[in-house]
Design a protein around this ligand. Structure first.
Ligand SMILES: *Cc1c(COP(=O)(O)O)cnc(C)c1O
Length: 478
């Protein structure tokens, strides 16, 4: 038995027993607590009460310093109030992303424009034609609501949307290749994170992975040699989250398409963060757009709705009608289907793309990625002005040059020049500052670099500056 365990099983001393007896009875405490929270359901008042009384009991048993004065109802009521506030606050709450990572998977990936949110709100509070064809009065398909939009925007013959891109990849492989072989380059067996690995998804789909080429170089002849009677599909995975440099080569999609055509096989591309807009004119690296991939003759392409597209979480599957029809009939499709909120949000986003300039301005992900440096600087200065006053005594504040990131596993090498408000606290350590900001009533997430806490203003919207300043003042007690 360790020393710790001995302490726990030891019979409480008379002193401890006396303190335990001094803890108010639940009923007595509740009588007073109810008055403090007249509109809160009794169940919540009770559970908050039990929680703080139990915490005191544990503290006494653990030998922490507790005096009888700490155990009066008066002394405990503020703790109760705090506990109740914690329990009443939503678990999923908004915060300020000052990391400069635009597509931040942990912080909700893409922000939707108001027009898409309005569409989601409307279908949430009213009935809709989700699966009802208003033209014929018969049962309709939810997918038909966005299929035509997707085809017009990309040139694809048909389209289907599921829960996310991981689901899309699984569904396509399961439909086209279960029990047969899929040829993939060794350089493209990617892990996306959160346990999504191409080889594992392949196993789940029932398809057999045939790796070709070397880690750094794969040639067309490698694919050619791997094609057998058992081959169902040639798969290209866009290596969106890492970059191989040096002596490397991968086969171009068009070449893969012509090889597949010679053997009567389909080609699939998992594009990861599919984008409809060529962002290279804003100084970002050239990524193949969805339209270009379709034009190159791919039979089926999948990508996320909430990465560079800037929409809700979804997995988009575009391609030849014959293949999409087959996928629609796969029973897995029902298990992976999207809900009406996603559909409403996605439709809202897609309609914006008919005017690319409008899309770039109104879709937050694109607006943040293409934001002029002057605009970021203006926001940084606005925050600085808001912070003024006596905060300067507690923290050194300046505007510094930083690099933002695209995020979402897209364009890993891409640094986007940005501006951050850098904080060097004088009254606390940098790690304490990080923790206090994270726990503020409006949490602020930034990053620590070179002993400074950086607030990258690219991902802080104009209407968040006031709240951000308030969180900072709260943390510094200024
Ligand atoms: C992100 C990504 C996925 C997974 O997409 P989710 O929408 O997050 O499920 C799959 N493949 C690639 C290449 C990706 O970049």
């Amino acid at each position: 038995m360790t020393e710790q365990e001995i302490i726990i099983v030891r019979k409480p001393t008379a002193e401890v027993q006396k303190l335990l007896r001094a803890i108010p009875k639940v009923d007595a405490f509740l009588e007073r607590a109810i008055d403090l929270a007249p509109d809160v359901p009794a169940l919540l008042v009770k559970s908050a009460t039990r929680k703080i009384l139990e915490e005191k009991r544990q503290a006494i048993l653990a030998g922490e310093h507790v005096s009888p004065a700490d155990l009066t109802i008066e002394a405990l009521l503020p703790l109760f109030q705090k506990q109740l506030n914690t329990q009443l606050a939503p678990n999923l709450k908004t915060l300020i992303n000052a990391t400069g990572v635009v597509v931040h998977t942990n912080l909700g990936r893409s922000l939707l424009p108001k027009i898409a949110m309005q569409a989601i709100f409307e279908v949430g509070v009213r009935y809709s034609n989700l699966e009802f064809d208003l033209a014929t009065g018969k049962r309709g398909s939810r997918y038909s609501l966005v299929q035509d939009l997707l085809c017009e925007l990309t040139g694809a013959e048909a389209a289907l949307v599921v829960n996310n891109n991981a689901a899309a990849v699984l569904l396509v492989l399961s439909t086209l290749a279960a029990g047969r072989e899929v040829v993939v380059s060794r350089g493209q067996l990617v892990e996306i994170g959160g346990s999504f690995r191409i080889p594992d998804v392949m196993t789940r789909s029932g398809a057999k992975l045939v790796e070709v080429g070397a880690t750094n170089r794969t040639h067309l002849r490698d694919y050619e040699k791997a094609i057998t009677e058992q081959t169902a599909l040639l798969l290209k995975v866009h290596t969106s989250n890492y970059k191989m440099i040096g002596f490397t080569s991968e086969v171009e999609l068009v070449d893969l398409v012509s090889l597949a055509a010679q053997h009567g096989l389909p080609v699939m591309e998992d594009l990861g963060s599919g984008c409809f807009v060529d962002l290279s004119r804003f100084g970002l690296v050239k990524e193949p757009t969805v339209q270009e991939v379709i034009r190159a003759g791919v039979d089926v392409v999948t990508f996320s709705g909430d990465k560079l597209l800037g929409g809700p979480q979804a997995g988009l599957i575009l391609g030849r009608k014959k293949i999409i029809d087959q996928i629609k009939k796969n029973p897995l499709n029902r298990a992976l289907r999207i809900d009406k909120f996603t559909l409403a949000g996605l439709e809202g986003i897609l309609r914006l793309y008919f005017d690319q300039e409008k899309a770039i301005h109104e879709i937050p992900t694109l607006a943040m990625l293409t934001m002029p440096l002057l605009e970021i600087e203006r926001r940084a200065r606005r925050l600085l002005r808001r912070l003024g006053g006596n905060l300067a005594e507690k923290c050194k504040i300046e505007i510094v040059r930083v690099d933002s990131r695209v995020g979402g596993g897209a364009m890993p090498e891409q640094g986007l020049e940005s501006r951050a408000v850098a904080l060097q606290p004088l009254v606390m350590s940098i790690n304490v500052l990080e923790r206090l900001l994270r726990k503020a009533s409006l949490p602020v997430i930034g990053r620590i670099e070179d002993e400074r806490f950086l607030l990258d203003m690219r991902t802080v919207s104009d209407d968040e500056v006031v709240g951000l300043a308030a969180s900072l003042r709260q943390v510094f007690g200024a």
